[in-house]
Design a protein around this ligand. Sequence first.
Ligand code: TA6
Length: 300
Amino acid sequence: MTTSKPATNTDPNALGRVTFLDGQGDLPMLEISTPWSTAEIYLLGAHVTQFKKKDEPPLLFLSQCSRFNEGHPIRGGIPVIFPWFGQREGLGQHGFARVKSWDLKEVLPAPDGSVSVRFRLPDCPEAAAFPPFTADYVVTVNQSLTLQLIVTNQSKDAEFTFENCLHTYFEVADATAISIHGLKGVSYLDKVASFLEKTETSDALRVASEVDRIFLNTAGTVEILDPRIGRRIRVEKQSSASTVVWNPWIAKSRQMSDFGDEEYEHMICVESGNVASNSISLPPGGISTLTVKLSSETLK
Ligand code: TA6
């Protein structure tokens, strides 16, 4: 089924279109095309696996070795991490939202050709360990890609404490040639050094070994400069106090069965959310909206 917005002019390319199809692993997915870009979203994890502007290489990295089966996270794109980040005793890493099939609730084409889709995390046994909540995820595709994770505490009396993170994998030509800007002076937990707390001293973070840094109390925009592609990627965010930067480098890449041994050369994760001491405690009836806008421009 293809849903197109009502025609606003005679140019067929001016329509935002959504096509439903079976993707890898025969998993249901949406293909979205707009006058400026295309995107792919799987119902598994409400997982954006691709966003590509018409005149640029893909913005997101997707592993060639990723699994595409229910119950397993897709490797790459934008995993939705909720309701916890990192390891949790006896439970999976990075919460359960990314391994559940989300319900598609709305497809909203806009008159300008943008397309928004809204997903809802269905109830599941794992959610019983938390106060009643709803989690909606709205993806808006146009010249940029905007993501909103909206969590509502449906309890009448209990506070809901959780972590959230949009764990974005960006495609880069050569990870050792990029620089990451916007984090100078920010304190971080260095997972490579047993979560030792440090402060970022560089205004141009580079990758020359495994990088796994949880930056805290930072609401700022982060930019990735990729001189080989000739692209600046901008990660803007609202209601996010944490930014995570990760490249697995050589040894970790070899340990991941769903990630190619050399794929670390072509990706960098810059993740936006609220993790660790930045976790969110929602009062009964409270609503938390994490918004992340991903955009890019060619470097002159
Ligand atoms: O966000 C960085 C990180 O926490 C890394 O430590 C690494 O574990 C990465 O997430 C990927 O985690 P995953 O569970 O998807 O393999």
